[in-house]
Design a protein around this ligand. Structure first.
Ligand code: NAP
Length: 448
């Protein structure tokens, strides 16, 4: 890692001191500060108004107890979080994650990234994130519902369509959003559709929201490849994860003529040289909610590798769509060795800093999550627009809007990277373009 700009070093030291042990948050802040040296050199007004110190400190951090009763009648206690990071551009917006690894440092890293990502979409949304250390795996429908109801019984006092608008993330999909919205509606006696996004399409949700993060990531990849005079047609692709983002990334790659030959979950990965069967994947993961190992039992010619590393499967395009720090130096090395051309992050911060160095050092095009996976939150903002106007748009129109937004984000990253003498550096482009928009709004709004 190269040293930070003289103004940024003390800011980073303060972040380390104020947030001890929150390694993922430190990593996310460091990655943005690494890009901001030329910005503070060119724009001293940001340093003069302490904008960078302010942007690294969440506006509000809420931690609460979530008591609920399991199917055996035992009382269980989890911890809930909502970090309202920055509202300079609009109401806080960002998902809820239910996973046993969730603690304040994870929520803060996600909330921090969300601020820049949301800014990059060009839509009026601030950044926030939340969740719980609740583990939904193996829990019955009734347990999930009681947990969601208890979670919302506290969260409802902090959110609202003009205040803070949560959505899904790992472990929170359409079923959970339904239970959360039901409880919000019951407590407040308001059918306030715009308070949550990712709702079912029959009760205020937007078409294409479920598909948006995965589709958007693939639209971003198409733009990256276009810069090199190529396209996804005929490309061999590997995707990690098999959740919401992964499934719809796979679907869109296939629609655009590529072939996804492998995907994974936390137990291992499957390889299917004929291209993954998307309908089978949806049945296993969205309906039956079983492990990915069952794919190879259901599909002749495919194989399952327990544990292992999906990045060892040769590919030209790799899409990490599972979780943070899943693509490390060794995984990146395997991708480079096998001739990978493009890596785009469907997940948030899935590539470690050393992994990014290996990829960019080998001239692999690298699309950071802030830009590449912004299609999900962008379509959430489109859901808010539809709710505000009590309208619902067609699938084609909504997907067209998503495509335009992703092309706009790509353009913003590419032109900003060029303006800062780093053509093709999407990390710098995304961080700087995202930052400037928020920083200018913060200057305009005064010291608040
Ligand atoms: P999801 O539907 O819950 O799927 C998560 C997938 O990742 C599952 O296949 C899961 O496998 C795997 N996974 C989770 N933790 C893992 C770990 N520690 N090691 C290996 N695999 C792991 O979640 P999602 O909504 O697709 O989110 C995936 C990523 O995309 C996250 O980084 C999220 O923050 C990011 N993202 C999501 C959205 C969105 O709209 N949903 C938008 C932007 C970014 P198991 O089932 O075995 O745990």
């Amino acid at each position: 890692m190269s040293p930070l700009h003289a103004h940024l070093e003390p800011v980073y030291d303060l972040v380390l001191r104020r947030n001890p042990g929150e390694e993922e948050f430190h990593q996310a802040v460091r990655e943005v500060l690494d890009s901001l040296g030329p910005v503070v050199a060119k724009h001293p007004e940001y340093a003069e108004a302490s904008v960078i110190e302010r942007i690294c400190e969440p506006e509000r951090q809420i931690i609460f107890r979530v008591p609920w009763t399991d199917d055996q009648g035992r009382v269980q206690i989890n911890r809930g979080f909502r970090v309202e990071f920055n509202s300079a551009l609009g109401p806080y917006k960002g998902g809820l994650r239910f996973h046993p690894s969730v603690y304040l440092g994870i929520v803060k890293f996600l909330g921090f990234e969300q601020v820049f990502k949301n800014s990059l979409t060009g839509l009026p949304i601030g950044g926030g994130k939340g969740g719980s250390d609740f583990d939904p795996k193996g829990r019955s429908d009734g347990e999930i519902m009681r947990f969601c109801q208890s979670f919302m019984t506290e969260l409802y006092r902090h959110i609202g369509e003009y205040t803070d608008v949560p959505a899904g993330d790992i472990g929170v999909g359409g079923r959970e959003i339904g239970y959360l919205f039901g409880q919000y509606k019951r407590i407040t006696n308001r059918y306030e559709s715009g308070v949550l996004t990712g709702k079912g399409t029959g009760w205020g949700g937007s078409l294409v929201r479920k598909e948006a993060t995965g589709y958007g990531t693939v639209f971003f990849v198409e733009e990256m490849l276009r810069e090199r005079g190529e396209s996804l047609d005929g490309k061999r692709v590997v995707v990690s994860g098999s959740g919401n983002v992964a499934v719809y990334a796979i679907e869109k790659v296939h629609q655009l003529g590529g072939t996804v030959v492998a995907c994974s979950d936390s137990g291992g990965y499957v390889v299917d040289e004929d291209g993954l069967d998307i309908e089978l994947l949806k049945e296993l993961k969205e309906e039956r909610r079983v492990r990915i190992s069952e794919y190879s039992e259901a599909r002749r010619g495919s194989s399952y590798v327990a544990g292992g590393r999906v990045w060892d499967v040769p590919c030209q395009v790799a899409l990490p769509c599972a979780t943070q720090n899943e693509l490390d130096e060794a995984g990146a090395g395997a991708l480079v060795k096998n001739g990978c051309l493009v890596v785009a992050e469907g997940a948030n911060m899935p590539t470690t800093p050393a992994g990014v160095e290996v990829l960019t050092g080998a001239n692999v095009l690298f699309g950071p999550g802030k830009a590449a996976n912004a299609g999900g939150v962008a379509t959430s903002a489109l859901e808010m627009q539809q709710n505000a106007s009590r309208d619902s748009w067609s699938h084609d129109y909504t997907e067209q809007r998503l495509g335009e937004i992703m092309r706009g984000i790509h353009e913003r990253c590419a032109t900003t990277a060029e303006a800062y003498d780093a053509p093709g550096d999407y990390v710098l482009g995304a961080n700087v373009a995202g930052f400037i928009q928020v920083a200018d709004a913060m200057l305009a709004l005064g010291v608040v």
